[in-house]
Design a protein around this ligand. Structure first.
Ligand SMILES: [Cu+2]
Length: 128
């Protein structure tokens, strides 16, 4: 029976390249390429803008939210009747983020945070 001498060498080579597989975490969140609306929770219990606008004529709206503050938040999309649309985005700590694809008819919506005392986090989203 022949012994294949190349095999141990190949095994060593594979061990060598598999040593580093850890993920490098970045402090900067990457906004999804398909995001139509980018909402940031900022210091001072506030969204980064009071008004957002998006044209939905080409289909669903992708809303991306990220927590860029030191306390917990969440993002709810409300329609004109204050009804919640879709699932909320939980933003428990700085760097938390998430996105939702929602089918929104043209009109006015609110982007709110429902944590008690965060009433200031109430921005207008206008869909055209
Ligand atoms: Cu909040």
């Amino acid at each position: 029976m022949k012994i294949r001498l190349a095999t141990p060498l190949l095994a060593l080579a594979l061990l060598g390249v598999s040593a580093c597989g850890g993920s490098t975490s970045s402090s900067n969140n990457t906004v999804p390429a398909d995001a139509d609306v980018v909402v940031k929770a900022v210091e001072g219990i506030s969204w980064n803008q009071k008004e957002f606008n998006v044209a939905a004529a080409d289909g669903p709206v992708v809303i991306y939210a990220v927590n860029d503050s030191s306390i917990a938040h969440n993002l709810y999309v409300l329609d004109a009747d204050e009804q919640v649309i879709g699932d909320f985005i939980d933003l428990p700590k700085r760097g938390s983020d998430g996105s939702r694809q929602l089918t929104l008819a043209p009109g006015e919506y609110r982007l709110v945070c429902k944590i008690p005392g965060h009433n200031n986090m109430n921005s207008k989203l206008t869909v055209t």
